[in-house]
Every structure is written in C-alpha cells, then in structure tokens.
Design a protein around this ligand. Structure first.
Ligand code: HEC
Ligand SMILES: [Cu+2]
Length: 430
C-alpha cells in the first residue's frame, strides 16, 4: 500500500485555522446581520414566532453539541496519531478494520436520542402553530390576506361595508394589516394569480398563498408595534419588493381605527367642488353607501354630495385641515374619475369599481404605499403616480399614460399639476 498523498499536518492546520478564524467571524456576523433588524426571526414579538424560534434554537444547540464533540474527536485523532518523523510518515497505514461494535451501538443510540430531543418541541409546535389554541378560539378574529402581483389585500370578513356600486363586501385595505395586540388572528391566505407567501418574521412565518388552495396561519402580537412583512415566494418581476406591514394597535386604538376605516371616504368641504365636478353622480340612499340613513328618505343627491356621516363627529373631519386646499382636492377627485383611476381602485363613498389595485378609501392614513416600498408622503405619492414602473417594474398600474392600441391615441396623460391634484385628493383620504 502506498502512502496517502495528502499531508495530514496541512489538513490539521487548515482545520484549526478554519475553526479558530471563522467561528468568531460567523458569530459576530450573525450578531450584526440577522439577530437584530426589522425582519429578524431571532427577536420575536408573538407566541407563534416564539414557538418557531424555540424549535430552531433546540436544533441549533443539539447540532452545535454534535459539532463540538466531532471537532474535538477529530482534532484529538489528528494530533495524537499524526506522523512524528519522516520514517513514521513513510510507514504503511494500519489495516482499516470494521470498527468497534460498542462505539457503533453507542453512536446510533446517541443519534436517536438527539433526534428525539429535536422531535419533541418540533411536534409540539407543529400542533400549536397550526391553529389558534382551543382556549383562545373564542376571542380570535379572522382576516383574509390575498396576494397580488405585487401587493397584498387584507379583508375583514367580520366587518361588512356597503360598496358604492351597491351590495356589501368585507372591509378591505391594502398592504397594511392592522390588528389588535393580544388578540389571536387567523389569516386566510389566498392569491389571485401566482404563488405568494405570507411572512412576518417577528410574528409568524411563513405559509404559501397557493391558487385554488385554502391555506391559513395564525399569529398574535404580544404588544402594540409595527412589524415588517414580505412575500417569501418568488412571484415575478417585483417579487423582492412585494412587502407589507402589520400594525398592532392597543385594543382601544384598534376600535377607533376600525370605525374610521368602515366610514366611507372623507370629503373635504368645499363649495367649489360642485361646480368643478362635471359628472353628476347617481342618487343613492345613504344606507346604501355605508352609513345609517339620516332621516327618512334622505338622499345624497340633494347636496350633490356622496358623503355620509355615519359616526358622530365625522363631519368635523370634513373640514379642511391646515395646509389642505379644498379646491385642489376637488380637482383631484374629478381627475381620479377622468383619468380612469377608478377602473382599478375603489374609494368607498366617492367612486370606483376597481379591484385590480389596492383600496384607496383611507389611503392617506397609511404609512407606506406600493406595498411597503415607498413612504406615504405627498412627494413619494407624486413620483409613484408619475411613473409606477420606475419603482416597481412590471406592476399593473399603467405607466404614466395609456395609448389606445386601436386608434393610437393617447387617452390618459397626466401633467405635473394634475398629479399634484390627485396627490392632494388621495392624501386627504385619512
Ligand atoms: C390598470 C390598473 C390601474 C390603474 C388604471 C391605476 N392604478 Fe393605481 N395601482 C394599481 C395597482 C395594481 C397598484 C399596486 C401596485 C403595487 O404595489 O404593486 C396600484 C397602486 C396605487 C397606489 C398605491 C396604493 C397603496 O396603498 O400601495 C396609488 C396611490 C395609486 N395606485 C393611485 C392611482 C391613481 C391616482 C391612478 C389614476 C391616475 C391609478 N392609480 C390608476 C393599478 C392601477
Ligand atoms: Cu409575491
């Protein structure tokens, strides 16, 4: 038999360098890169994510133990049995025997024991994270999350609202899932197109949204907070920027939020609006558009005004706030219709039949737009409307204009002043 071609000393040295050098780098790297940060799975804020972290840590401890034992045995064997002189190095290696049955049995039982240690929390938490625990089910709430290329729609089936076109639908919002802290939330996962995946690392994760399949997950936020979410299944051009947020509010704040969301869109009071709005909207009883009818036979046509006042105090919100220009806002509302924004978006209480894009009824109250990609500021919204494809390649909002393929005519074209008006209008929808 010939001497093996590798140099054992070199290997041993390489191993030690790897161990001694890489470990601290890896550990500090983890510390900086993933232990902290808005999408860290290591800093959890809810029981589901905590259960998942427990399974992960159990596995890490067990495998780290195995690593250390194996590394020590390897280091011992390498150092203890290395060739110490040139003649030893030339010696023929001993016969490679079958081994020691006791060591084998020990290693097999140790492996089984370690797998059992990992299996216990794994199985326990598979059941726990599957659905809201029996004891908490009574006060759980349901939300439907639907994936679109490349944004998320959230619906509250327990909160029905009237639609402008008639009929009822669950309260809907886009890209920001607002929940009460401390309440278990069961999230039904749907998609209208391809497979997406719903992931809020600090609360729970992650379950796919699959066409024709009714998946769900549940989560709970320990305390009020702002949590970052992300589509976690490659779904096309703008997958990497298909984000969302979960906003957990205290129960009393949540009720306030809900009341405001259920109300139809805010209309800033203006006398100019009636004149600047060439289209007269059909008369609808108040009850049909989301609020209790005020007085028998009350219609909105009388005032040419689509605004209900379903909650006491709502009217106060109709007063222009500081910096708001009612005439500009009214112009924006008119443009929203003229520039066909309403074909893809719905503004409950105003107009809109669109389901292609996010609900905009209260878009001014969101913290971000375009699925968590842009901060919701007038500047950013202006840039978004001017060129949505710049921020999100391939997204389904038209790109700064629409040319009729048949006639070659440009039908929709927005100039800067028009965009300003649209932004003023959309920002007024708190
Ligand atoms: C062809 C359909 C379509 C039309 C027409 C359209 N949009 Fe959109 N809009 C979308 C889609 C889809 C999104 C979501 C894009 C994304 O985040 O991937 C969107 C997003 C938005 C958003 C961000 C909302 C949020 O919460 O993220 C605003 C604001 C907006 N559109 C305003 C407008 C305005 C103003 C017009 C008219 C000038 C308009 N849209 C016309 C499809 C459309
Ligand atoms: Cu996606």
């Amino acid at each position: 038999m010939t001497r093996p071609r590798f140099d054992q000393r070199q290997i041993a040295r390489a191993c030690l360098v790897l161990l001694g050098g890489l470990l601290p780098v890896l550990l500090t790297g983890c510390q900086w890169a993933s232990l902290h940060g808005p999408q860290s799975t290591m800093e959890v804020d809810g029981p589901v994510a905590r259960a998942q972290l427990d399974v992960f840590m159990t596995t890490v401890y067990v495998t780290a133990g195995i690593f250390v034992v194996v590394a020590l045995v390897l280091a011992y064997a390498t150092l203890r049995f290395k060739a110490r002189s040139a003649s030893e190095e030339k010696a023929v290696p001993p016969d490679q025997g079958h081994g020691n049955p006791f060591v084998e049995v020990f290693l097999i039982s140790a492996s089984v024991a370690l797998l059992v240690i990992i299996a216990i929390p794994t199985l326990k938490n598979i059941w726990y994270t599957h659905d809201v625990p029996e004891a908490e089910r009574a006060n759980a709430m349901d939300v439907t999350a639907t994936g679109y290329q490349w944004w998320f729609k959230f619906e509250y089936p327990g909160e029905m609202v009237k639609l402008p076109a008639g009929g009822e639908a669950p309260l809907a919002t886009g890209n920001e899932l607002v929940i009460p802290a401390g309440t278990p939330v069961r999230i039904h996962l749907r998609t209208v197109d391809v497979i997406h995946s719903f992931w809020v690392p600090k609360l729970a994760g992650k379950v796919d949204m699959i066409p024709n399949r009714a998946n769900f997950l549940w989560l709970k936020a320990d305390k009020p907070g702002y949590f970052y979410g992300q589509c976690a299944e490659y779904c096309g051009d703008s997958h990497a920027i298909m984000r969302f947020r979960v906003v957990a509010l205290s129960p009393s704040e949540y009720v306030k939020w809900l009341d405001n969301q259920k109300a139809p869109a805010r209309t800033v009071t203006t006398t100019a609006r009636a004149e600047s709005s060439p289209l007269t909207l059909p008369a609808l009883p108040l009850a049909q558009i989301g609020g209790p009818a005020v007085g028998a036979g009350a219609t909105l046509a009388a005032s040419g005004n689509f605004d209900a006042d379903p909650l006491g105090g709502w009217k106060k919100k109709q007063q222009p706030a500081a910096g708001e220009d009612p005439a500009l806002i009214a112009r924006g509302r008119q443009l929203f219709r003229e520039k066909t924004c309403l074909s893809c978006h719905t503004i409950r209480g105003h107009e809109g039949i669109g389901i292609t894009g996010p609900e905009l009824t209260h878009v001014g109250a969101r913290t971000t737009i375009a699925a968590g990609v842009l901060e919701n500021s007038p500047e950013r919204m202006h840039q978004w409307i001017r060129d949505p494809n710049y921020f999100k390649p391939g997204n389904k909002m038209f790109n700064g204009g629409y040319t009729d393929p048949a006639s070659g005519q440009t039908l929709i074209n927005l100039n800067e002043q028009e965009i300003d008006a649209l932004v003023a209008y959309l920002q007024s929808l708190k």
